[in-house]
Design a protein. Structure first.
Length: 276
């Protein structure tokens, strides 16, 4: 498959019960957010990102291909905190509880004074230290600009429910994306420096910060930083009636961002094929 949209559409074709659930939600007859999230959206994310990992094939990349992925993926990390802050402002008047969750995520990503520094600062510095790879100031490819544009429109939306759904998609894929990125940087390390995993000390810290349930940066008991972000956003969709979220709008935001992110990965995979 050459486009990310086909990955999502292929999932819906192979899982008609999810296609029906999406249609019912958009038409207003399915209002149970727990059913939507746990039976349909989470399995769709897992399947699509499993296919994306196969498409990228981190263990088979050349150094140049791995570097391209690292550079392009660094761009979203650069702006994620700003997106979270804008999303917080956009929903604050309508849903203070959701704004609180988004702002908590912003403080983690953007660097809360006295705690872990901004994640992008940690990541870009780790790439320099461990791999002598400079990503700061990288000019993004067109497909990355497409993804940034989708997020900019989402966080500035006049529909706070759409923002909730869009950010659930953004956070919902974060563990899978971080795991793929770790495999890519390991591959780059093996090819350029003969080291990977825990031997890339600063990158290993960065990945464990996001993925380990018992890391010092984890602030929600029993959950890693990324898992807490996912569950924090999922809670609002599951409890949409309690928070008076429009579930159809939330689903719209989710699909727009998930399809955009899947297409972005697929286009990067196409770009990688042209790199020798």
């Amino acid at each position: 498959m050459s486009t990310g949209t086909s990955l999502v559409d292929a999932y819906l074709k192979a899982n008609p019960e999810t296609r029906i659930a999406i249609a019912r939600t958009l038409q207003g007859s399915l209002t149970d957010g727990t059913v939507l999230v746990d039976r349909h959206l989470k399995p769709m994310i897992d399947t699509v990102y499993g296919q994306i990992r196969d498409l990228v094939a981190p263990g088979q990349l050349t150094a140049a291909q791995a570097r391209m992925y690292i550079e392009e993926l660094s761009v979203f990390a650069r702006y994620n905190a700003a997106y979270l802050r804008q999303a917080t402002a956009s929903v604050a008047t309508f849903y203070p509880a959701l704004a609180h969750e988004l702002f908590r995520n912003f403080l983690e990503e953007g660097g809360e004074p006295g705690k872990v520094p901004a994640h992008y600062v940690l990541y870009s510095a780790a790439l320099l230290s461990d791999l002598d790879l400079l990503v700061v100031g990288h000019v993004p490819a067109p497909e990355t600009l497409m993804l940034m544009s989708l997020h900019e429109r989402m966080v500035n939306s006049h529909q706070p429910s759409s923002i909730a759904g869009g950010y659930y998609a953004t956070e919902g894929v974060a563990i899978a994306e971080t795991e793929i990125l770790r495999e890519i940087t390991d591959r780059y390390g093996e090819l350029t420096a003969g080291v990977s995993g825990s031997k890339l000390e600063k990158l290993d810290f960065y990945y464990r910060l996001h993925l380990d349930d018992d890391h010092e940066a984890a602030q929600v008991g029993g959950l890693s930083v990324e898992a807490a972000h996912i569950e924090g956003l999922a809670y609002f969709l599951r409890k949409s009636e309690l928070f008076h979220l429009d579930l159809a709008q939330a689903l719209t935001g989710f699909l727009e961002i998930l399809k955009g992110m899947a297409q972005w990965w697929a286009q990067l995979a196409d770009r990688a094929k042209d790199i020798t």
